[in-house]
Design a protein around this ligand. Sequence first.
Ligand code: NAD
Length: 258
Amino acid sequence: MTKTAVITGSTSGIGLAIAKAFAKTGANIVLNGFGSADEIRTVTDEVAGLGAGTVLHHPADMTKPAEIADLMATAVARFGGADILVNNAGVQFVEKIEDFPVEQWDRIIAINLSSSFHTIRAAIPAMKQKGWGRIVNIASAHGLVASPFKSAYVAAKHGIMGLTKTVALEVAENGITVNSICPGYVLTPLVEKQIPDQARTRGITEEQVINEVMLKGQPTKKFITVEQVASLALYLASDEAAQITGTHVSMDGGWTAQ
Ligand code: NAD
């Protein structure tokens, strides 16, 4: 039967690459994320052109629980629910703790952590009914270790690791797996935006941020590609990965081995 994948934050970067990878398997795809009407149309057409079943975009803002509930209800109404849920939407803000804006803390915790609570709780009933489900949370190396100036991001990503383990235990007998992927630095718009911010906060050049901050801790000295993360998500969603649950897989060029 055609599977349905709901991928939050899939109009850009890692989420878009994951949507494309699932599209190639013929799955129905529920896209989500921001963009102009033109950008969203382009992305939707591009994903549909890869062999997906039905592709639709839902504009739910991951800071708004009622909109997230509507996203998940749409997946139920149109496709009988999400078989595969990828919690990917995420934002970053870089500032030292004493100057960290309260509204940025609240926003990051909402998008990078609480939105996954809202999507997961809505996705589980249909997965239980089918006796099959895959939940993949895009965490980060920052779910395992910290870096300065990223208090909200690191806290949220550590939080998603705990949520992953807890839900995995709750649904372990229902054919549903729940895992996190912990990427190191992937060159996407999220990372590109951080370069000038980090340069300002640290008082160094943008080139120094890339070589001496970002890739300094990534022993391979290369950015990870969005396609590499997507292929791991595809594997975790496969039948072969049925016994991988309640854990994380790192893809960080050796970062957290240090
Ligand atoms: P990106 O900025 O390229 O894409 C983020 C996506 O989330 C976009 O589609 C955007 O529209 C969407 N989004 C943002 N705020 C939203 C909101 N309030 N509601 C709905 N959608 C929203 O980012 P990316 O680098 O592809 O990051 C994707 C995920 O991967 C994030 O969770 C991020 O923390 C994680 N991650 C990224 C890296 C990296 O180096 N890029 C490393 C580790 C983990």
